[in-house]
Write a protein of this length. Structure first.
Length: 222
């Protein structure tokens, strides 16, 4: 597998160009570009997908493209569901922590073709374990909607562009906080069963956050 070393700043710049191109490209049937571009920035917490998604907002806006960043962590299921089999069950974390139906209903479908363009920026306040009571937001035409978080690519969520941040098992274990190492089997399952590196539009290796590497799409083998 060939990888191309890239600086963090250059990574943001190249991803910005990639998203601008995708947002302006006509559909496969030759019709007009989509009203909004739905982008997944997928990776374990150790890969800091939220930080990368947030870093893309200002460059996109500087180029005249509206952008909005939402966190999958704000679309969790209630604690009674997440912790049904204990607070540190990796299978429950893998299979059912994120409310994918809610994320699709409140964000991805409204931002997709024929959608209302009216999205909910957060659904659940995990700390308070109650609905976040956030207000709906109307997307400006042509918004790049960035959704960041872990395990986003295994459930058929309707993203237009997918970015997957990957670490080697050793790097993932080393960079995962001790209190969260119980999640490591979930990420091993994700790599083995979903194989996101085999189909994501952009794959970036982040074993060292200061020295990422872009994996050329046609080189990805999983």
């Amino acid at each position: 597998m060939r990888v191309r070393p890239i600086s963090p700043d250059r990574l943001v710049a190249e991803l910005t160009e990639r998203l601008l191109t995708a947002a302006s490209a006509p559909a496969s049937d030759g019709s007009a570009p989509p009203d909004h571009l739905r982008v997944a920035v997928d990776g374990p917490p150790a890969a800091a997908p939220d930080r990368l998604a947030a870093a893309l907002i200002d460059p996109l806006r500087a180029r005249g493209r509206p952008a909005l960043h939402l966190r999958a962590g704000d679309f969790l299921r209630p604690a009674s569901v997440r912790y049904e089999f204990g607070r540190t069950n990796p299978d429950a974390y893998y299979e059912g922590w994120t409310d994918e139906a809610g994320l699709r209903r409140e964000v991805l479908d409204p931002a997709g073709p024929g959608g209302t363009g009216r999205v909910l920026p957060s659904l659940w306040d995990a700390a308070a374990d109650r609905a976040s009571r956030a207000a709906y937001q109307e997307l400006s035409p042509g918004t790049v909607l960035l959704v960041s978080g872990a395990l986003l690519l295994g459930g058929g969520l309707p993203f237009d562009v997918t970015v997957h941040l990957v670490l080697s098992p050793a790097a993932l274990a080393r960079r995962t906080d001790a209190a969260q190492r119980w999640t490591l089997p979930a990420f091993a399952r994700y790599a083995d069963e979903v194989v996101p590196a085999a189909f994501a539009d952009v794959v970036v290796r982040v074993d060292d956050p200061h020295h990422p590497a872009w994996v050329q799409r046609d080189e990805v083998t999983g």
